[in-house]
Design a binder for this molecule. Structure first.
Ligand code: ADP
Ligand code: SF4
Ligand code: MG
Length: 354
């Protein structure tokens, strides 16, 4: 697959056919088993344009966080390439990687564990700024910190307090301020609202949306939360067992999902709405293990449309409408359209003739 996940605009951050294998030992005694590999990411390609917000969705364990970490080089790919602003950063190390990190930041799911409990808000932000601007005067440092607090909607009185003294939503505001402290060009937000209560989820969603637009920062939002995707993201990528199986502009993906997995995922997500319980369990079974992924299309054991070729051949990505890519052997819309054309038109109101 080469095209799924890409968009036509010049990308800021890009993964090209990246794979990531983690070793997992099997066997009864530690050290005695043969090495096996978890294929966390499998030849995935994705591109995030300058100032663009892209969503990355999929069931738990499908490789979203690993792909996010690969993009900002917290992990090194086993194969494939990572490009940032057109430069290959796949094997960047040491000081060169640290300098590049200034341009790429991460916001984690759980702000309680991502913030140092011993650091006050002031120290947290000062440390982040000083890590990249060592010579900044105290006056400019303090002005920068005050501006950051204002940006994320926290009062100056927060500066001397520690993470435990804040609510979950406020802690996530501190984590966002810390990510913005180095004025990054690209942020990976990994489940940024998942651990929060409903009110805080809405507030942090709106804060991230406003900040992304005001600062024109590129962001990859990894989430289960379709509301968040709808609010922030211009495009969405859908991941299944290490592969990106569909990407599309957000409205297109919600209105005309092409891949059977995306359709099932959207239907089962919507079924969490209590008014729509009839759509529950649209996605049967568990995803197969990334230790032993199925041959051919990874989705075939769960796909209601699977044919023999799906079990043997990996589908290639194809563009089914502008900027909309799917990785499935079949074009169901065409089938549905041709079936509809072939079917006799039902007369309206039971009239048999005009
Ligand atoms: N450091 C690691 N070592 C071994 N396996 C890992 C590691 N990180 C992730 N995995 C495995 O890789 C797969 C994808 O994980 P992850 O990227 O966290 O998925 P997601 O974010 O979609 O839930 C899972 O099977 C997970 O157990
Ligand atoms: S390639 Fe086959 S198994 Fe895979 S999603 Fe398409 S129809 Fe289903
Ligand atoms: Mg994850």
């Amino acid at each position: 697959m080469t095209e799924t996940g890409k968009n036509s605009a010049s990308p800021l951050c890009e993964a090209q056919e990246v794979s990531k294998l983690f070793s997992a030992r099997s066997g009864l005694r530690a050290g005695s088993g043969r090495a096996r590999y978890v294929r966390a990411v499998d030849r995935a390609s994705i591109a995030i344009g300058h100032g663009e917000a892209v969503g990355l969705v999929g069931e738990s364990g499908c490789g979203k966080s690993t792909l996010g970490r690969l993009l900002i080089r917290l992990e090194t790919p086993t194969a494939g390439e990572i490009l940032f602003d057109g430069k290959n950063i796949t094997h960047l190390k040491g000081g060169a990687l640290r300098r590049k990190r200034r341009e790429m930041q991460m916001i984690f799911q759980d702000p309680a564990s991502s913030l140092n409990p011993r650091f006050s808000v002031y120290s947290t932000l000062a440390e982040a700024i000083r890590a990249h601007s060592k010579r900044l005067s105290t006056r400019l440092l303090n002005a920068h910190i005050a501006a950051l607090l204002n940006m994320v909607g926290l009062p100056l009185s927060a500066l001397d307090r520690h993470p435990r003294e804040f609510s979950g939503g406020e802690r996530q505001r501190i984590a966002i301020a810390r990510a913005l402290a180095v004025e990054p060009r690209f942020i990976v937000a990994d489940e940024p609202v998942t651990s929060l209560d409903l009110t805080s989820q809405a507030q942090i969603t709106s804060l991230l949306t406003n900040l992304q637009r005001e600062l024109n920062v590129a962001i990859l939002v990894i989430t289960h939360n379709m509301e968040l995707v709808h609010h922030i993201c211009r495009r969405v990528a859908v991941m299944y067992l290490g592969r990106i199986v569909e990407t599309a502009p957000t409205e297109t993906l919600f209105e005309k999902p092409a891949h059977p997995y995306t359709r099932a995922l959207l239907a089962s997500t919507l079924s969490q709405n209590p008014d729509d319980r009839s759509r529950a369990r649209v996605l049967p079974g568990e995803p197969p293990s990334p230790l032993d992924p199925p041959k051919g299309c990874h989705f075939h054991p769960r796909c209601p449309h699977a044919q023999m070729q799906c079990k043997l051949i990996v589908p290639q990505a194809r563009e089914c409408s502008p900027d909309h890519f799917t990785m499935c052997h079949f074009d169901f819309d065409k089938e549905i359209i041709s079936a509809a054309r072939a079917a006799p038109t039902a007369p309206e109101n039971g009239d048999s003739q005009v």
